[in-house]
Design a protein around this ligand. Structure first.
Ligand code: ADP
Ligand code: MG
Length: 264
């Protein structure tokens, strides 16, 4: 009997992942032995210079590419062991994507762009309520009828985030979502992503080469030439205890202890 695919959680376990690409005269190792667990419901930032392997790793987490070594487990399930259809399903229903270049449909307004993604995900119920809720969450409650061309880069990227979160994915993967924004807007968009993890419980992984954005991340994974150079947890997990986020703070602490056990 075929095993039923069930996703219970959204932690992302990256186990000794390597990815090499065939190139003239041999192989190029874009990722070497990445081994880290990305916690559920947190904002994790994949940081590193251009060419360090961020996009390669994000594509593997998003099941758009497969590792040549090791494996990735999402909610405890090995995604490389899934059928093609299950992987498509995982991407379509459980994941949301945000890209560097905002990819809104120019002929649709903000509301219609977000609604379109709910249609694609096959969601029929309470569409209007959810679209409005998501646009309000990204601070664009008063811009719903605006066309993309009438909005700033930061606003457009926020519509793209509302679109990525509307179908209630468990995981959002954002590849350099701030690369085309000025530094104030980049900080604002990153802060917003952090807020969404707390409001919606979604796990967000974003990549950036901008070292100025680290404050908003709960966890920072630094890549250097395809290797995992450092993993840091936000110091002020403590500060979160004050505003009813003690569970989150505890999760981060537990995770730190777990990592210590694994990596010494
Ligand atoms: N399909 C591919 N074939 C060969 N080399 C690749 C391929 N994809 C990525 N690379 C190489 O892997 C390295 C990491 O790329 P990438 O993950 O895009 O880095 P980043 O997103 O951090 O800028 C780069 O040196 C890039 O040239
Ligand atoms: Mg990249």
């Amino acid at each position: 009997m075929k095993k039923k695919e069930i996703y219970t959680g959204s932690s992302i376990e990256i186990e000794h992942v390597g990815r090499s690409f065939p190139v003239a005269g041999g192989f190029f190792e874009a990722l070497k032995d990445i081994h880290v667990t990305i916690p559920e419901g947190k904002l994790t930032i994949l940081k590193g210079r251009s060419g360090s392997g961020k996009t390669t790793l994000l594509n593997i987490i998003g099941a758009l590419d497969a590792p040549t070594k090791g494996k990735v487990l999402i909610g405890g399930q090995d995604i490389s062991g899934m059928s093609e259809k299950a992987r498509d399903d995982l991407r379509r229903k459980q994941m949301g994507f945000v890209f560097q270049a905002v990819s809104l449909i120019p002929s649709l307004n903000a509301y219609q762009n977000v609604e379109f993604s709910l249609r694609l995900a096959g969601i029929r119920e309470d569409r209007k309520k959810r679209v409005e809720e998501c646009l309000k969450m990204v601070g664009l409650g008063n811009r719903m009828n605006h066309m993309p061309a009438e909005m700033s880069g930061g606003e457009q990227q926020r519509v793209a985030i509302a679109r990525a979160i509307a179908h209630r994915p468990k995981i959002i993967l954002a590849d350099e979502p701030t690369a085309e924004l000025d530094s104030a807007m980049a900080a604002e968009v990153t802060r917003l992503l952090g807020e969404l993890t707390r409001k919606e419980g979604v796990t967000i992984v974003m990549t950036t080469h901008d070292t100025g954005l680290m404050d908003a991340g709960d966890m920072i994974i630094e890549l250097e030439n395809g290797t995992q150079a450092a993993v840091t947890y936000r110091e002020d997990a403590k500060a979160a205890e004050g505003d009813g986020l003690d569970r989150a703070a505890k999760d981060v602490k537990d995770q730190m202890q777990k990592e210590k056990k694994i990596h010494g």
